[in-house]
Design a protein around this ligand. Sequence first.
Ligand code: TMP
Length: 220
Amino acid sequence: MQAGKDRGNRASGIFVSFEGIDGSGKSTQARALADTLRRAGHEIVLTREPGGADGAEAIRRLLVEGDPDRWSPETEILLFNAARRDHLERTIQPALDAGRIVISDRFADSTRVYQGAARASLRPLVDQLHALVIGLEPDLTFVIDMDPGDALARGLARRSGEDRFEDLGLGFQQRLRAGFLELAAAEPDRMRVIDGARAMAEVSTGIAAQMQRWMAARAA
Ligand code: TMP
């Protein structure tokens, strides 16, 4: 695979991502959509970032564990891009080439918001690196929107040992929420904001309906 904007050969695969602040319930929703689509007979690859391939999972541990100040914002951007490139080469692109539906729990929008806006104002660096080494956008992105106070309580309650970003606190999560909403407003075709405060089943039914409408429009 070449670096950069090599988006030519995506066959008939579909790339869907889920985004949102920590504890927003997006992982549960990604799994629910994967199950619904599998039941409807589709071949699904459910994956996540950082991670989704062996090397990327090793980089994940460097990113999500330890002291919040462990990496400078610039180093962090490089590590997320290294993990993403491995994920793209080994998991996402092969699945898209085989015509599968790839559902990723987070992708590049997380870097745009966490590293590009909330941690530091490094959006130009984030965008340049993305263009150079990734060059792929999801077809559809669901942003699970949720009050940061509620979401933070849920995220920290889990205490998974992967709390480096949760440990940055409520103000950080508020900046993240604003960042995701701003991104979604700028890209309404690709990004759909979903109210995550409702019952889990209600949220997943709404997402499945939007996905089905999107697939029907694409097939038409
Ligand atoms: P997760 O909790 O959704 O698995 O994600 C791990 C953490 O990594 C989460 O706090 C968000 C953060 N993250 C970034 O800061 N930038 C990124 O590009 C990605 C993919 C995740």
